[in-house]
Design a protein around this ligand. Structure first.
Ligand SMILES: [Mg+2]
Length: 279
């Protein structure tokens, strides 16, 4: 059965502070050697993901902006029974609302809640670089968003539940990542993961065994869709994944070292599928 690994990046494959992934090299090499797809599933933009994929020599599809879009290399699947648009070497499945629409919605709803927010479209690249630890070039790529609007809440005593309720009424989603809140489409990472698993199954004509790794609450829906969910501990996340995931297994170490050990265990069939934990 084909195995597939879905992974978050920041705080999961990449160290939360330094963005280093070198402790994960042994598992990355094993995945490549065994031709096991490694699908990045992050809140990052395609502009950020494409150079990173090249650096890490990854040639698999990837999910951007918290499930807002799926980028699939042209000719990766023999059949793609879904509407796509072409962008350079990729076919793109759009799952979210256009970015400009999200900006308008956040501005309106935060105003209705009497809340001051600072969203990505109000930031310059150098401001983002300073607050996130990204380089200026990385910050520029991070601001090239298509589907998902990250923001911080500036108000001291914000009425978050009121904002959440208004967002839900519109069929959208408010989630907390490791550094930012995100306004995005309702299905989040999970909907995109489920769609991509379906595409793999349709192309293979059979089932797959999927693993997922994540560190924050915005990874929960992704982890719910995979056979083997692994939580990477992240003491620095503003929204760590606690024990809210039935059947979730916890890596022993944060960041790329924990990631490496968990993926190697998956490849050795040492991890238990969540459906089999109680039975
Ligand atoms: Mg993360």
């Amino acid at each position: 059965m084909l195995k597939i690994v879905f992974t978050d990046l920041d705080g999961t494959l990449l160290d939360h502070r330094t963005y280093d992934y070198s402790p994960a090299r042994p598992a990355l090499a094993k995945l490549q050697e065994k031709h096991i797809p490694l699908v990045f599933c992050t809140s990052k933009t395609a502009a950020e993901m494409i150079p990173f994929r090249t650096e890490i020599k990854n040639e698999d599809p990837f999910i951007v902006e918290n499930g807002g879009g799926i980028y699939i290399p042209t000719s990766y699947f023999s059949a793609l029974p879904v509407e796509t648009r072409k962008s350079d070497h990729f076919l793109v499945i759009s799952r979210g609302l256009p970015y400009i629409q999200l900006q308008e919605i956040l501005a309106r709803l935060s105003g209705e809640c009497g809340m001051t927010v600072q969203s990505f479209d109000q930031l310059t690249a150098s401001e983002l670089a300073e607050s996130s630890g990204l380089s200026l070039e990385q910050a520029q790529r991070s601001l090239q968003r298509e589907f998902d609007l990250p923001f911080t809440i500036v108000s001291l005593h914000p009425n978050r539940s009121q904002l959440e309720a208004k967002v839900q009424q519109l069929g959208l989603r408010l989630i907390q990542g490791g550094r930012f809140f995100h306004l995005s489409c309702d299905s989040g990472k999970g909907g995109a993961v489920a769609q991509l698993i379906g595409l793999y199954q349709a192309n293979l004509g059979g089932p797959v065994r999927s693993m997922g790794l994540g560190d924050s609450r915005n990874d929960l829906s992704m982890l719910e869709e995979v056979d083997i969910p692994v939580i990477i501990p992240n003491p620095l996340s503003i929204a760590p994944l606690a024990d809210e995931l039935p059947g979730g297994q916890r890596a022993h170490t944060p960041g790329p070292k924990g990631w490496n050990d968990a993926v190697l265990s998956f490849l050795e069939n040492e991890l238990i599928e969540k459906g089999k934990l109680n039975g």
